[in-house]
Design a protein around this ligand. Structure first.
Ligand SMILES: NC(=O)c1ccc[n+]([C@@H]2O[C@H](COP(=O)([O-])OP(=O)(O)OC[C@H]3O[C@@H](n4cnc5c(N)ncnc54)[C@H](O)[C@@H]3O)[C@@H](O)[C@H]2O)c1
Ligand SMILES: O=C(O)CC[C@@H](O)C(=O)O
Length: 394
């Protein structure tokens, strides 16, 4: 291909995913100039100069708080993610986190690592010392799940299978999410109600303005005495100082999280893991495969699935000539686009338009090629953010 698509990778992306970019039509590297798309995991992109050539950004994971989503929306650039592709990996680590805290496994391992002497001495030290690490069981305890998306629902299901009671809170649960949620999950009316009744509380919400500091000092106080908080979402969702105060006052039993910090380092009752939630072979591969397929379908055909800022829009190809237009969701945009096409004598074969919040997206298949001057004319319509011409390659 004369002009291969150029893909910039900002983190290590699973080779199983990257190999789905055909070598003859894609150039993929961590140092390509003028990329058409950027694939990223956790690298923070907020201060990065994102070249004008970029048409898509894809997060090979769930959270997109490291991507300047609002700025990309203003440029008509979709931000894809790998919805649900790492949920099982996170769920398994959350269950491990509950067990680590319930059974005092981390201090118990530290105790064993410090044992010295012959076997008889060690045996005596073990039998004398083990009372300090006696724990609790999960069965019969109540787990509160805040955020019932891909991860929260899986955690809820597994906790039920372990014999726990489960209550959940998610005022924005999707219809699909509600359908797939076990009827045994009790609906909490508020976060405070959930905190009051839960022995374990696990957070599975995205980091947004509305969720920053979601667990603050007053909510730590609202938690049941002796309970454990688990945070595998993002560090800024929890006020670490408030949690430490709760631990020092013995109001909380433990805090298990995936985000180490100076504040949490070495504190009793705290277990921190090095952002390991999605770090399994399976999850890394699932995420990479999902976003590579999504980016290819978008670059080649303009189809959009799983973004955080665009509507989902998939239109089967019915013509070799396709136009993709991202525009502000305001009146008369479709009218102006179709008038421009009609004015140039171009017949519309099929057309689909969808909106999501302030963003609208249109795919138009035409019966003849759209000349460059007409694309420039559509680009000049006020409110149009991005226009792409997507001829079907031979
Ligand atoms: N530790 C890790 O490695 C790791 C891995 C994957 C995801 N994550 C984090 O977990 C988050 C959730 O992932 P997911 O795949 O379940 O996402 P998801 O989009 O499927 O689910 C998020 C859920 O949170 C709900 N929500 C939003 N605001 C809320 C609020 N104020 N109160 C209650 N619920 C609210 C949404 O309605 C949605 O159902 C990600 O955004 C990411 O930050 C971390
Ligand atoms: O890429 C990772 O390892 C972390 C991904 C995780 O934080 C996510 O939001 O999916």
């Amino acid at each position: 291909m004369a002009n291969p698509y150029r893909i910039l990778t900002l983190n290590k992306i699973s080779a199983q995913g990257l190999k789905r970019f055909p070598a003859e039509s894609y150039q993929v590297a961590s140092d390509v100039d003028l990329p058409d798309a950027i694939l990223v995991r956790s690298q923070v992109m907020h201060d990065m100069e994102i070249p004008a050539s970029v048409k898509a950004i894809a997060r090979a994971g769930a959270g997109t708080n490291n991507v300047p989503v609002a700025k990309m929306s203003a440029r008509g650039i979709p931000v894809f993610n790998a919805a649900g592709a790492n949920a099982n990996a996170v769920k398994e680590l959350v269950i491990a986190g509950m067990l680590l805290s319930a059974r005092n496994i981390v201090p118990a391992l530290q105790f064993v690592a410090g044992l010295a002497g012959d076997d008889a001495t060690v045996h005596k030290l073990v039998e004398d010392g083990k009372k300090h690490f006696a724990g609790i069981e999960l069965r019969g305890r109540t787990l509160g799940v805040i955020g019932l998306g891909a991860i929260g629902r899986q955690v809820a299901d597994t906790a039920l299978a372990l014999g726990m009671r489960v209550q959940g809170y998610d005022p924005e649960i999707t219809v699909e999410g509600a359908w797939s949620l076990s009827s045994q999950v009790k609906k909490a009316q508020s976060i405070e109600e959930l905190l009051r009744h839960s022995d374990f509380v696990t957070l599975h919400v995205p980091l947004l303005d509305a969720t920053r500091g979601l667990i603050d000092a007053s909510r730590v106080k609202a938690m049941k005495s002796g309970s454990v908080l688990l945070n595998f979402s993002r560090d800024a969702i929890v006020d670490s100082d408030a949690v430490l105060a709760g631990l020092h006052e013995k109001h909380l039993r433990g805090y298990v999280c995936d985000f180490p910090s100076q504040t949490l380092q070495g504190q009793a009752g705290v277990v921190t893991l090095p952002h390991l939630g999605a770090s399994t072979e399976e999850a890394e591969e699932n995420c990479a495969v999902m976003v590579v397929d999504q980016v290819r379908d978008y670059l080649e055909h303009g189809n959009i699935a799983n973004t955080v800022n665009f509507p989902t829009l998939i239109m089967p190809r019915e013509s070799a000539h396709r136009l993709a237009v991202a525009n502000a969701n305001v009146p008369n945009m479709l009218g102006q686009i179709s008038s421009a096409l009609a004015g140039a004598g171009i017949n519309i074969h099929t057309m689909m338009n969808k909106s999501r919040g302030e963003m609208a997206y249109t795919l138009v298949d035409t019966d003849s090629p759209v000349p460059p001057q007409l694309i420039a004319q559509i680009e000049a319509i006020q409110g149009v953010l991005m226009v792409r011409c997507l001829p079907l390659s031979e």
